[in-house]
Design a protein around this ligand. Structure first.
Ligand code: IMP
Length: 424
């Protein structure tokens, strides 16, 4: 398996966790390159359901090393509780053996969370609908060069000085808004205790991955969120603060840009979005409710009901092109059972009245969808394993989607289990 990247082609929640878990069967390393515990990757195996937020999705694959790359923002308090939760469920991921954390990854501190919530409050009706996990403020500190990094957690003098420096700045802000201030000593103590616990996992993961690649090891780069939440190529400002598309792999792992030869884009057979921002194919009313319930479309990080819409072929074609997707996995086809007709978005009428067939993130606000309709199917697909056993209408839907997005659909997923896939 060449070095492969798995990404979401819309706004996250495409079902990447399951696909990464599947591909990890043939991988030696799975590396997260961006985002933080805003992500929620759900795995179902032998009736067991696990939701991972920060630990890469090969947690259930004993032979695979999970790497949290330098492009990830790490809340060490959350990491500890996620690992404890996994261990309680019989899935321990031993530090240093099956989990490595980049020493250069930036740390999310409690005040980043407080500032995330404060910023959302101040935005009022223009709030982004963030996950409230401190992601944006932590990336902002990275860019401002004031952040703490995971390697600092095991360097007491640097850590204490860093906490004092950051607290001086943040406390002034928190004070101005009557928010509780940071207790510098206590936070320093807590972070050093966490550093001591995490020490076996803390490593120069860029070096580890480059050596692994030189030795011919198989590496899977695990995207979080989706291309349309990418800070540069998504629906800014309603995006996350990292490079969620494939462009984030090199800076977020330390591998060279040409390392990734295969890009697996994952997308649902319909569209969803959590948080605010443009969503041209959005549905409301009974149909949205029906898809939301059938697809269990509630955020795995925040529990928020997801917004639901028709498959947007224009947006996905854009994401395929931006990310260099070489093959597509179409997930949740089973959820569309019983909806007739099905609609696909093939263009937009923009706010200024122009009709276009191209997704331009700058123009998308207020765009109305132009759709075409296809016959639906009313068959339970969850046990189908061969493409030719799908009903003709389901195959026609898959093939029309494939034509419109301009990338081959290699796999169709028809349920949450590892085995519920159809390879074409
Ligand atoms: P943040 O990443 O918490 O700052 O949130 C920014 C936007 O990205 C919000 O609309 C979130 O709902 C969305 N978001 C962040 N992570 C995920 C994810 O894993 N799945 C879906 N949406 C996400």
């Amino acid at each position: 398996m060449p070095t492969t990247c798995v990404i979401g082609l819309l706004w996250g929640d495409e079902g990447k966790g399951k696909i990464i878990d599947l591909l990890a069967e043939n991988a030696d390393y799975v590396v997260r390159y961006g985002g933080g515990h805003n992500a929620g990757h759900t795995l179902v195996h032998e009736g067991r359901k696990l939701v991972l937020h920060l630990v890469p999705s090969a947690a259930l694959r004993p032979g695979v090393i999970n790497v949290i790359g330098n492009g990830v923002v790490v809340d060490p308090f959350h990491l500890r509780s996620e690992l404890e939760g996994l261990a309680r469920r019989g899935c321990s991921v031993p530090l240093g053996e099956r989990l490595l954390v980049s020493e250069s990854a930036h740390v999310i501190l409690p005040m980043h969370r407080a500032l995330d919530e404060l910023a959302e409050r101040l935005r009022g009706s223009e709030r982004i609908g963030t996950t409230g996990r401190g992601i944006g403020p932590a990336y902002a500190d990275r860019a401002a060069r004031t952040g703490l990094r995971v390697g600092d957690l095991v360097r007491p003098a640097r850590l204490r000085a860093g906490v004092a420096r950051i607290a001086a700045e943040k406390n002034a802000l928190l004070r101005a808004f009557d928010e509780p201030e940071v207790d510098v000593r206590r936070l320093g103590d807590d972070l050093l205790a966490l550093g001591a616990e995490l020490r076996p996992a803390i490593a120069d993961t860029g070096h580890v991955l480059r050596e692994a690649q030189r030795a011919g090891r198989r590496i899977l780069a695990e995207g979080a969120q989706g291309v349309l939440l990418d800070v540069d190529h998504g629906t800014y400002p309603y995006v996350t603060s990292s490079s969620a598309s494939t462009g984030g792999v090199a800076p977020g792992t330390g591998l060279p840009p040409q390392a990734v030869q295969r890009v697996v884009g994952v997308v649902k057979a319909y569209a969803t979005r959590v948080g605010s921002g443009p969503f041209p194919s959005e549905l409301d009313g009974e149909l949205a409710h029906r898809i939301r319930e059938a697809g269990h479309e509630y955020g795995s990080t925040t529990g928020r009901p997801r917004r639901v819409g028709w498959f947007d072929a224009v947006a996905v074609r854009y994401s395929v092109q931006v990310s260099g997707t070489t093959e597509v996995v179409l997930t949740m086809l089973d959820v569309l059972r019983g909806i007739d007709p099905l609609h696909l978005v093939t263009g937009y009428q923009l706010a200024d009245g122009r009709r276009v067939e191209r997704f331009a993130p700058f123009d998308i606000d207020g765009a109305r969808p132009l759709t075409e309709s296809l016959p639906g199917f009313d068959v339970d697909l969850s046990d189908v394993r061969r493409y030719e056993d799908l009903p003709a209408a389901a195959r026609a839907y898959v093939e029309r989607v494939e034509h419109l997005i301009g990338a081959p659909i290699g796999t169709v997923s028809v349920g949450p289990g590892r085995e519920q896939v159809i390879r074409r």
